[in-house]
Unconditional design. Structure first.
Length: 355
């Protein structure tokens, strides 16, 4: 009788229902689909899941659950599984999509998606998911709410400008739009006050924020956003992983002598991190001699200011992480003992080429 070496449960998450597929890997690496089930995204549905696992899974092996990060609809189930001590991995949809292309599936259904995720968990080594810290989770919700409010206010201000400069401006429309701008401004202030209250109420976090804001250009809101989006750098192991998580990593497209694509950042990462670093980079370029010299050198090299500004964004993010990890404050006169360029990358690396 062949021995079961691994078992994995793939979960295709939806708003109201989750589709689960239990697959097992034999000692000869053969994958067997054991059972599929559909449960409601409720506590009673989670109870049905437990009964299904006890019936079909090998309880001598710890079950490993793999699911996609579909908005917020996977969070309740993921927390339920982690609270029971089970292993959970949450993968990005694009990663599951690319893995699915390596398999021989011609149809796309919820059951097939669950089976693909189960196969992915059996064949790949995936990072384990853990519940976010309640403190950073609340800050993440607030910083994202503030970002949305600011975005809405900017849109309405643009509409007001267009209405005022039209041939037939409507005074009642302008009154209502100005009222919405005042309301959004008030709510932005309320969110900011709540963020300040949370930071001030946690002495350790307040001290951390104070240290990280020593980086030129990094204000309080920027630092809080970075900490919130990374869960206090909880799952960040190194600078390279952080840069990739932010979508500031470099991708190249070359093949032989015929394909010579331009290097660019991937943009496949946390958009809130990239967005919160835009204005700090511009501030650092203006007020920091180090960043100003780097920016001028890069612009002189390729003539693209935005490309150079992105390099400064990446540098600020890495500086904040290094200061957090080392427990120090920013020293503009610090000299690294390693032979690296001013972007913090080995000479000849892809990041150097991007700059």
């Amino acid at each position: 009788m062949e021995q079961i070496t691994r078992q994995c449960i793939g979960i295709d998450c939806g708003m109201n229902e989750h589709v689960l597929c239990l697959s097992k890997m034999h000692s000869d690496n053969r994958i067997e689909v054991v059972s599929t089930v559909t449960i409601r995204n409720t506590n009673s549905g989670f109870g049905k899941l437990v009964k299904w696992i006890k019936k079909f899974a090998d309880l001598s092996l710890s079950p490993h659950f793999v699911m996609e990060s579909t908005g917020v609809y996977h969070e309740s189930l993921a927390c339920f599984l982690v609270d029971r001590g089970w292993l959970v991995s949450v993968v990005l949809p694009n990663r599951a999509k690319y893995f699915a292309k390596t398999l021989k599936f011609k149809t796309s259904t919820d059951k097939v998606s669950a089976q693909i995720l189960a196969t992915m968990g059996l064949e790949k080594k995936l990072d384990l998911w853990s519940k976010p810290d309640p403190l950073y989770n609340e800050l993440r919700q607030l910083t994202r709410e503030r970002d949305q409010l600011v975005h809405e206010r900017t849109q309405i201000k643009s509409q007001i400008h267009a209405e005022k400069n039209s041939a037939w401006p409507n005074k009642s429309s302008l009154t209502r739009m100005n009222h919405r701008v005042r309301l959004l401004t008030q709510q932005i202030g309320q969110v900011g006050t709540e963020i300040d209250r949370i930071v001030a109420g946690n002495p350790k976090l307040e001290q951390t924020v104070k240290r990280l804001t020593s980086v030129v250009g990094a204000g309080k809101l920027t630092v809080v956003t970075i900490l919130a989006e990374t869960n206090g750098f909880n799952l960040i192991r190194n600078k390279k992983q952080l840069v990739s998580y932010a979508g500031l990593d470099v991708v190249e497209r070359t093949s032989g002598i015929s394909v010579r694509g331009k290097s660019r950042i991937s943009h496949k990462g946390n958009k809130y991190l990239r967005k919160c670093l835009h204005f700090p980079a511009l501030t650092a370029i203006r007020h920091s001699k180090l960043h100003k010299n780097i920016f001028a050198r890069l612009v002189g090299k390729h003539g693209i200011k935005m490309k150079a500004a992105v390099a400064i964004q990446r540098k600020i993010l890495v500086l904040i992480y290094s200061i957090w990890k080392n427990g120090t404050e920013y020293d503009p006169n610090f000299k690294s003992p390693n032979l690296k360029n001013e972007l913090g990358q080995p000479k000849g690396s892809a990041l150097t080429e991007l700059a």
